[in-house]
Design a protein around this ligand. Sequence first.
Ligand SMILES: Cc1ncc(C[n+]2csc(CCOP(=O)(O)OP(=O)(O)O)c2C)c(N)n1
Ligand SMILES: [Mg+2]
Length: 413
Amino acid sequence: MTARTAQNPPELASANPSYNDFEQNTTSPFPTLTVGATADQLGLFRVLSPDGKIIQPDSDLENGTGVSDADALAMLRSMVRQRVLDDRMLALQRQGRIGFYGAATGQEAGTIAAGHALELRDWIHPALREGGMLLHRGWPLWQYLAQIFGNQDDTSTKGRQMPCHYGSREFGYVTLSSVMATQMPQAVGTAYAMAMQHAAPDRPICLGAIGDGATSEGDFHVAMTFAGVMRPRGLGLPLLLYVQNNQWAISTPVAKQTAAPTLASKALGYGLVGARVDGNDALAVLRVMRAAADHVRRGGVPVFVEAVTYRVGAHTTSDDPSRYRDERVTQQWAALDPIERLHNYLKIRGIWQDADLQALREHSDEEVRSTLAKVEQVPPVALETLFEDVYAKVPPHLQAQLAEARRYHAKAQ
Ligand SMILES: Cc1ncc(C[n+]2csc(CCOP(=O)(O)OP(=O)(O)O)c2C)c(N)n1
Ligand SMILES: [Mg+2]
């Protein structure tokens, strides 16, 4: 036996699945959603292979998948709309018409299907790539774009925030905080309030969403601890913690975030339920998130779900990934496109065709372009508003700053 020394370390299991090891036509059993179920946390639940075939049809389930055609179509519509929207926003940033954008390209299943599993009364504390959940809930596209332009119609942040930091009280979507992992303790607090105000089994629940990089933050540990030990009314919190493991945190690969075998396996140490799912498979994400939502709604122990996916684009428009990673690997993951997978599945079911996808893309493109044309006409917020909403009467030192800002602005015109 070879001695394990610093020069000859034992092989470490890695939360960073190599593409070649990522056998696409296998699936783990549906998660049991019980505390300590390591098979749920180390396996990977899938419904569809990349070409849209059902890996293990279950005749006891609707369509052999457990997902209705209406649900599958609703998710596909939002996923395509999000792809078209993201592509358009990236082009706009390149043209200098917006300052910043963070796309969810390749993660549309992880975003939309997780959002689809919730009810409108449930709340979402989102990270950067969950904006599609808000649109899927019915938030108007013009409001989304108004926030990105920071114009006078920006009801969520009054033009004071970077693009992609939208939120809506009406649609149960808390304004994005840029600070990584803050979503986790905030979601614990929201879930606690929900548990105090509503009785199980029919209570609203809260989703806290993060990326893989956020699992290294102190807030992650704090939230996972509280999620396990807080038991208002003797029940588990109505809480879902959700990580989209897209395998990169800007330039840091997930293998440098943790030596744990999977991110989902972290649930074990905190006494939470953990589950791991293929984040590019909308049907699988929906199935797992629905079951998890039902479990915590009824009072079960909070669930931590890892959706394994890949960030096929740049981190944001301020990033160039070709400087730090092998983009040939990215191309391999890009071929596992979640939209193609769902599209192929619906084609095999005989209710959808290539022409339908094309028409849907064109419809979304037209919607984005026509809404954009209107939103770009709306003027920016007035300078004075920058000084509102804190003091009843603007104090002298801020009045001086306002005067200076006006002088600067007049010169820059
Ligand atoms: C506490 C904190 N540290 C650093 C940053 C800078 N930052 C912004 S996004 C990001 C990486 C996020 O990676 P991940 O959590 O994997 O989410 P992803 O962007 O991949 O969706 C970093 C380091 C930040 N926003 N907050
Ligand atoms: Mg990431």
